[in-house]
Design a protein around this ligand. Structure first.
Ligand SMILES: [Zn+2]
Ligand SMILES: [Zn+2]
Ligand SMILES: [Zn+2]
Ligand SMILES: [Zn+2]
Length: 476
């Protein structure tokens, strides 16, 4: 069963209520899979949950001044969970003689300063706690409850619809209304909707029309392919949400289609098109279900045989899977292979010769854990283990193979690019970019809070940026 995290964007909610909600959701999801006849009952239950989603949490913890609760009894119940973070922030306020952790660098006057304080608080917590922050802790610090206008931490209320922006007074609420566009509000509402906890997609069987991949985008390509219209207000009911999430899940395969359209390869019906998915995880596999593969065949009818090699340390030992789709005229087949190996291990055992190498959101440099890495340096502890150390040089040694990777944010895309350039320079390898870092029209459409809270780009999308490149050996 998928672990259920508290919904994001809930910094102004009672953390105990939120995690109770999470538990109820887990039960509902289990109910879904066990007994789908009970769908009706579940749906009513879900709607009730949605309606009571917003209770204003008036009780603020006196130790840290930032954790909020609906009632004293929930504050007491949460004590064991909350204590470690509360202690660190309480001590910090005493030693710095401040009355709120966010005043660490004096009064917050702009967003830059707020980002700086957030990073510093994260660092203090990482060092003092000696462990990575729990999700609720980094959410509490990374999306702190401050007025969106004056950054005050006093008497806050948030936008009733999205719970994504807060304000200190009616005057500032009016100001927020001035720039908190319906579109922003909808994006934030889509982040906070409890439907996000549900991990079930619609299984699509019928595919219709292809579209020019280079000139299109995810929603258009999906609509053409499936004849299904994606709702503009997907948070209002479960059915619309599920279709929206399903469309979003085509991001992986559609990004692959886009990458294929930017390289030159001769489709030969007798030969298999071979795609390596490096750094694959369980999460990656959800992009390659039967419906996604059929989408690829729809866009590229000339491909008859497709081989996908999933290469990733955390993959289980899974035997090869054969799938075939037969159309009126011909058959299209897929073979999926799974290798629980890192890419450098794989390339030392097997001959690397794919049509395309695909890496979804790799984080080559470990930018996503940079605060953690600095904290472990400060503590003189073992450095944080990085997934791609050693692998990157194997990847760029795949000469002549188109390498396509996606990144979640601009900062992440830059850092991935820098890591590749550095490794290429060290290994005397030349890089040619076929498709430079650009907004990926096939990014997911479900918004996320940026997992790197110190980054200025607040809302991000999976596979947001895409890059396709080739490498060659300078020594020859
Ligand atoms: Zn509560
Ligand atoms: Zn506290
Ligand atoms: Zn204010
Ligand atoms: Zn709003």
């Amino acid at each position: 069963m998928v672990p259920v995290d508290p919904p994001v964007g809930s910094f102004l909610k009672c953390i105990v209520c939120v995690s109770n909600e999470g538990r109820i959701w887990t039960e509902v999801i289990q109910g879904f899979t066990k007994d789908s006849d009970d769908l009706e009952r579940n749906l009513i239950f879900l709607q009730t949950l949605l309606e009571k989603a917003h209770v204003r949490p008036k009780v603020i913890c006196r130790g840290c001044k930032i954790q909020r609760y609906c009632s004293v009894s929930h504050l007491v119940a949460d004590r064991p969970e909350h204590q470690p973070l509360c202690q660190v922030l309480g001590d910090l306020q005493k030693s710095m003689k401040i009355d709120h952790p966010l005043k660490l660098l004096g009064r917050i006057t702009n967003r830059r300063k707020l980002q700086l304080v957030i990073s510093q608080l994260m660092m203090v917590l990482l060092v003092k706690l000696g462990r990575p922050l729990h999700q609720r802790e980094s959410q509490l610090i990374g999306n702190p409850a401050v007025c969106d206008v004056c950054f005050s931490t006093e008497a806050l209320e948030d936008c009733a619809r999205c719970a994504g922006v807060a304000f200190c007074s009616e005057a500032h609420q009016r100001l927020v209304r001035g720039y908190h566009t319906p579109q922003d509000c909808q994006t934030l509402a889509l982040i906070a909707t409890p439907f996000r906890q549900l991990n079930c997609l619609v299984n699509i069987r019928d595919f219709h029309r292809s579209c020019p991949i280079k000139e299109s985008h995810l929603i258009r390509a999906f609509t053409e392919a499936t004849n299904m219209r994606v709702s503009d207000t997907p948070w209002t009911d479960l059915e619309s949400y599920q279709l929206f999430a399903t469309c979003s899940s085509f991001s992986g395969i559609a990004s692959l289609c886009l990458a294929l359209s930017h390289i030159s390869w001769v489709p030969d019906p007798d030969k298999a098109v071979i795609v390596y998915v490096a750094g694959a995880t369980e999460e990656t596999l959800r992009y390659f279900q039967d419906m996604h593969l059929r989408f690829l065949f729809l866009q590229y009818p000339s491909i008859r045989n497709l081989e996908i090699h999933f290469i990733g340390r955390t993959l289980g030992h899974i035997g090869p899977v054969d799938i075939s789709f037969s159309d009126k005229n011909f058959e299209q087949t897929v073979v999926k292979h799974f290798y629980p190996l890192s890419f450098s291990q794989y390339s030392s055992i097997f001959n690397v010769d794919p049509t395309l190498l695909l890496i979804l959101q790799p984080d080559f440099f470990g930018a996503g854990v940079v605060t953690q890495r600095i904290a472990s340096l400060v503590q003189k502890k073992v450095p944080v283990e990085l997934e791609w150390t050693g692998c990157l040089s194997s990847i760029i040694r795949s000469f002549g193979v188109p390498i396509c990777y996606t990144s979640i944010s601009k900062a992440q895309a830059m850092s991935d690019c820098a890591a590749i350039n550095l490794s290429a320079k060290k290994n005397k390898i030349a890089i040619e970019r076929a498709y430079n870092i650009l907004d990926n029209p096939y990014r997911e459409i479900l918004p996320l809070h940026n997992p790197a809270p110190e980054d200025t780009e607040k809302i991000v999308y999976a596979n947001n940026y895409l890059q396709v490149m080739f490498t060659s050996n300078k020594n020859h």
